[in-house]
Design a protein around this ligand. Structure first.
Ligand SMILES: [Zn+2]
Length: 310
């Protein structure tokens, strides 16, 4: 029970960070601070072609600007590429894929995205290749994990609520290795989390299905610790039209906000507002941490602060 809380910031360097990322980072840092835990910076850079050097640099610049400190992880782009990049960990991912393959959890799939879209309005995989028995060793096939109907995962939230997700409904038979041979996000993320000993994950509610996928993979790998991970699924920051912010957030990218002379104080206050905390007096990250800690002592305030699930 008294295990150290370990969490991570896990940005993908596919564009400039935006206000939504800042909120996620701050909330993660606040929760880790409140639990006197350990915070790791993990940059999800496996998706080669989408990764841009300028976006990698942006992560370090904006974390420093926001004053967010972390206990482990790369201190800058060079250290990232040298020793922390997911590209340096490919062997680990492939070993894990082998474990899944040998335990019979995987099948090969030849479907293209457009074929799947034609068959399935929701875009979820209709199970086309599940019984085709394609050879997993053939080239240009993706690997999917078989998720039996009525598969559920359970997890606890930071407020001790129990949640349950129907994995088949949320994810279907999802991809763990892409056609180009690159391990998929779900696989890499869970392998990294298991190795780091992550036991607190703070993410937007759009990643609810990913939580299901990752808990299911941990289960397939017979991992004993990850099921005890606590999850926070927070609401997303939207733009003026109510749309979710993307990496091309333009006006709400941190880079542009800085150019328009917004300060970290403004972001701390915005974060406090979203969390329904008193914000007027906040001038520093330490102020925000204090306000957060005292709110967390009043347990009944938690549910409204941290929206769970959907
Ligand atoms: Zn298929």
């Amino acid at each position: 029970m008294s295990q150290t809380v370990t969490s991570r910031l896990a940005p993908t360097p596919s564009g400039y960070l935006h206000l939504g990322n800042a909120f996620n980072f701050l909330l993660t840092a606040l929760l880790v601070d409140w639990q006197a835990g350990h915070l790791h910076l993990r940059i999800d850079d496996l998706d080669g072609p989408r990764v841009e050097r300028s976006a990698v640099e942006d992560i370090f610049v904006q974390l420093e600007w926001l004053g967010i400190d972390y206990n482990s992880g790369p201190s800058g782009p060079d250290e990232l590429f040298k020793q922390y990049s997911q590209h340096t960990r490919k062997e680990r991912y492939h070993e894990t894929l082998e474990i899944l393959r040998k335990s019979g959890h995987l099948f090969a799939c030849e479907c293209s995205r457009s074929e799947i879209r034609q068959l399935s309005k929701s875009g979820s995989y209709p199970g086309t290749c599940r019984d085709k028995d394609l050879d997993l060793m053939d080239e240009n096939l993706s690997w999917r994990v078989h998720v039996p109907d009525q598969t559920y995962v359970n997890f606890k939230t930071i407020t001790d609520t129990c949640e349950k997700i129907n994995v088949a409904q949320a994810m279907g038979d999802f991809i763990v290795k892409r056609k180009d041979g690159i391990p998929a996000y779900q696989l890499a993320s869970v392998v990294d989390d298991l190795e780091l000993g992550v036991n607190l994950v703070v993410r937007g509610q759009d990643l609810w299905a990913s939580t299901a996928a990752q808990l299911f993979l941990a289960q397939c790998l017979n991992d004993q610790n990850f099921p005890a991970t606590r999850f926070v699924h927070h609401r997303l920051i939207t733009d003026n039209s109510g749309a979710k912010l993307s990496k091309s957030a333009g006006a709400l990218s941190l880079k542009v906000l800085r150019e328009k002379h917004h300060t970290p104080v403004w972001i701390y206050q915005e974060t406090a507002k979203i969390l329904q905390l008193p914000f007027e007096e906040i001038r520093t990250l330490d102020n925000l941490k204090e306000v957060f800690r005292s709110a967390m002592l009043q347990k009944n305030g938690l549910q409204t602060m941290l929206v769970q699930g959907k």
